[in-house]
Design a protein around this ligand. Structure first.
Ligand SMILES: Nc1ncnc2c1ncn2[C@@H]1O[C@H](COP(=O)(O)OP(=O)(O)OP(=O)(O)O)[C@@H](O)[C@H]1O
Ligand SMILES: [Mg+2]
Length: 358
């Protein structure tokens, strides 16, 4: 599918500090793309340039093949939802949702029809006459979603729409947003600094850092094949593991020493170099005794364990190095592993990600 939204080399500075740095990105029609990154990395600034609330210093923005970066916000036909709902407190739910249609001079009957449809879609039929203060946070956020959708925008822009809600409601609302987005088929950008939220709702994720996009990919690729150290560390949790190249073979494989044990893994580094790897805690496997004499697992001491509900986190130690293992409690009953005891740790060579630097 061809791209629907195209950002070409856009830049933005505030007081001579560049906060969006030559950013390019293409989003397909109907796609839900997340902007994910730490506070201050430029997510809202980028979104506001797309919406037209901020001008680009340089670069181009195209929607459906047409340049929009010189148009004022109301001519861009985009629906935006903010973190703080931004509802008009003195207007009823009906009038809040109708607002964008009124200023577009839509006929009264048509407004009524579209507002009621919009409220139906966000499961708020019957709430037309309430005022924002008579609604819960989740309901207010649904009103602002309805308000953004009724204008039938070309793009739906959501800037941390769920961050004021409690954990349970956040999860419900994110499922609802995805359902509505798929039903309407609207191209959507979802800004968040919550990696789990981004993994759960996105078709693709653009991971941002310091005004740039580090990687754009489907969620599983962002998680399993991070292209930079920043992406590895920002998404999910990682152990950092050092390995020494003991021997290099012809087929781009090497014998590497990890925690005093040898593993053969793909690598083309030369002998005696120290390599840095990441491994996710859930990829570390542990058993409480050696299966056979030839079992090549690494002996480690359980320094501490932490019950986390569905899984347990084990803090392991060997030769002063630490390794964290997250094990499902259905795979290994935590009562079988005592603190201070010794366990056997297995690392699958495929799960060791070579650090790339930035
Ligand atoms: N109007 C402004 N004037 C000056 N500096 C600004 C302005 N708006 C944003 N900035 C700065 O630009 C940088 C990017 O801000 P932005 O709001 O885009 O970050 P963000 O990724 O949305 O962060 P958060 O997750 O905290 O919302 C920050 O360093 C911020 O301080
Ligand atoms: Mg922001």
């Amino acid at each position: 599918m061809s791209s629907y939204l195209k950002l070409e080399n856009i830049r933005k500075s505030f007081n001579k500090t560049e906060v969006v740095k030559d950013l390019s990105l293409e989003i397909k029609e109907g796609e839900i793309m997340s902007f994910l990154g730490p506070s201050g990395c430029g997510k809202s600034t980028t979104l506001n340039m797309i919406a037209g609330f901020l001008e680009v210093d340089r670069g181009k923005i195209e929607v459906a093949g047409e340049s929009v970066h010189l148009l004022p916000p109301h001519k861009r036909e985009m629906g935006m939802v903010f973190q703080n709902y931004a509802l008009f407190p003195h207007m009823t739910v009906f009038d809040n949702v109708a607002y964008g249609l009124k200023i577009r001079k839509v006929k009264k009957q048509e407004i009524r029809k579209r507002v009621l449809e919009g409220l139906e879609m966000v499961r708020l039929a019957g709430y037309e006459n309430r005022y924002p203060k008579e609604l819960s946070g989740g309901q207010q956020q649904r009103v602002s979603l309805a308000r953004a959708l009724v204008i039938k925008p070309k793009l739906l822009l959501l800037d941390e729409p769920l961050s004021n809600l409690d954990a349970k409601l956040r999860q419900e609302m994110r499922e609802e947003i995805v359902d509505i987005q798929k039903k309407v088929g609207i191209t959507t950008i979802f800004v968040t600094h919550d990696q789990e939220e981004a993994l759960a709702i996105s078709d693709r994720i653009a991971v941002m850092y310091d005004g740039r996009i580090e990687q754009v990919d489907i969620p599983s690729a962002i998680y399993n094949n991070p292209k930079t150290d920043f992406v590895s560390e920002f998404i999910g949790e990682v152990n950092q593991v050092k390995g020494k190249v003991l021997e290099v073979y012809k087929d781009n494989k090497s014998k590497i020493l990890f925690f005093g044990k040898e593993l053969i893994i793909p690598s083309d580094s030369s002998q005696d170099t120290m390599l840095n790897f990441f491994i996710r805690p859930e990829k570390v496997q542990i058993v409480n005794f050696r299966n056979t004499e030839e079992d090549t697992g690494i002996e480690m001491k359980v320094d501490k364990k932490m019950f986390l509900g569905a899984r347990t986190r084990y803090f392991l130690k060997v030769n002063g190095e630490q390794l964290i293992a997250d094990i499902s409690n259905t795979v290994l009953n935590p009562s079988q592993i005592q603190e201070e005891s010794t366990v056997i740790v297995h690392l699958n060579p495929d799960d060791l990600l070579l650090r790339k630097g930035r």
